[in-house]
Design a protein around this ligand. Structure first.
Ligand SMILES: Cc1ncc(COP(=O)(O)O)c(C=O)c1O
Length: 375
């Protein structure tokens, strides 16, 4: 059996045809009809009026923060349990990240600690909320707290395309939001991202900055420092066919979650990431925690046993307040995220993974745990 990866790209003959059609049209780069179509299709999906397709989710966050006026001397609040890309753009702009721990119910930003951070912090310009592993944060509470302080919210929906919060699409709730189409995401453009908002002027500003801040004249005229952040029309061709297949991808990842849960959920010392509403998550990755005292294995030993079987599994995100690069930054709480990192595990969840491969993952985990318990 070939190696089983955590979340590899899932490419179909429709993707080949879609990319081929773009190549045949010769609208390869930079902009073109496939790119316009991809922007409007994702905007429709996320119930947004405006969108700009970019070469990464990180670029989208960078532009959102810049447009919100974040700069040196400012602070931006961000959850600690997330990928470094949720915080790095704060530093690109010379601002300071302030980290906030997760709540146990969703593993996302704790609204109570967020309120404390807003109460005590100075010069806070924005709050970044992450929908971790495809489940939305507690947005009602978070949006209402941020409204009290008049602080804009940027939704990091990199992992959450297709998820919803009480029926409201992920990526439709903050002042700005973004998705990632990196190779491991639920749909991919190999690398890519999209920034969305209902503020048309903000998105036009992002489009301008992302295109080297080029003025709309015949010669090359620049009044600001810009970036080369646009997605190409060719990659948008891949995005269009991938997006058309989104529901199947969610259903397949959900079936993986349910099978893992049925087979492993009642084993001693194994706890799955709580799913608040089964119809709201996109099930990007199935995540669980392993209690080394009672399960029969440490998380590390389980990863090692899976590796021997040629199966990729990984710890949850290492909290940012524990990362050497951010060790001096303020963090409200942090123990919950630290505990999740210590014991947490992400299982192979790709939408191209076959049932037989999933069964191999389950068998390896069961065998390792039962061997450990019998010793
Ligand atoms: C939570 C989160 N935020 C931001 C990003 C950055 O997206 P990208 O890799 O497209 O820059 C990612 C994924 O890579 C992510 O998982």
């Amino acid at each position: 059996m070939p190696r089983i990866y955590l979340s590899p790209p899932d490419i179909s003959p429709h993707d080949h045809a879609s990319v081929d059609a773009v190549l045949t049209s010769n609208w390869v780069a930079p902009a073109g009809p496939a790119l316009n179509l991809f922007e409007s299709a994702v905007a429709d999906h996320a119930n947004r009026q405006h969108a700009v397709a970019l070469n990464s989710g990180t670029a989208a966050l960078h532009l959102a923060l810049q447009i919100l006026g974040v700069g040196p001397g400012d602070a931006v609040i961000c959850p600690t349990l997330t990928f470094a890309a949720s915080a790095n753009p704060i530093c690109y702009l010379g601002a300071e990240p302030i980290f906030v721990d997760s709540e146990p119910r969703t593993w996302n930003m704790d609204p109570v600690l967020l309120q404390q951070a807003l109460e005590q912090g100075n010069n806070i310009k924005a709050v970044i909320v992450v929908h971790l592993y495809g489940q939305c944060a507690e947005m009602r509470a978070i949006l209402s707290i941020c409204e009290q302080y008049n602080i804009p919210v940027v939704e990091d929906a990199a992992e959450a395309l297709g998820a919803n919060y009480c029926g409201i699409p992920a990526g439709s709730m903050g002042a700005y939001s973004f998705f990632s189409f990196n190779g491991n995401k639920i749909i991919t453009t190999s690398g890519g991202g999209m920034l969305l908002s209902n503020d048309g002027e903000g998105i036009e500003q992002a489009r301008y900055l992302a295109t080297q801040a080029r003025e709309a004249v015949v010669h090359y005229e620049h009044k600001a420092v810009g970036y080369n952040y646009r997605m190409s029309n060719l990659l948008a061709g891949l995005g269009n066919s991938q997006l058309a297949d989104l529901q199947r991808r969610i259903d397949t990842r959900r079936a993986h979650f349910e099978a893992y849960y049925d087979e492993l959920g009642s084993l001693p010392g194994i706890e799955f990431m709580p799913v608040v509403d089964p119809d709201a998550a996109n099930y990007w990755l199935t995540c669980l925690t392993v209690d080394s005292e009672t399960s029969g294995s440490s998380r590390e030993a389980l990863i090692a046993a899976l590796e021997v079987a040629d199966i990729e599994a990984r710890p949850l995100w290492k909290p940012l307040h524990l990362q050497p690069v951010f060790k001096d930054k303020i963090c409200y709480g942090g123990e919950l995220a630290a505990g999740l990192f210590k014991n947490g595990l992400c299982l192979p969840s790709g939408s191209g993974m076959h049932q037989s491969e999933r069964e191999a993952v389950i068998k390896t985990i069961k065998d390792t745990l039962s061997l450990g318990r019998s010793q």
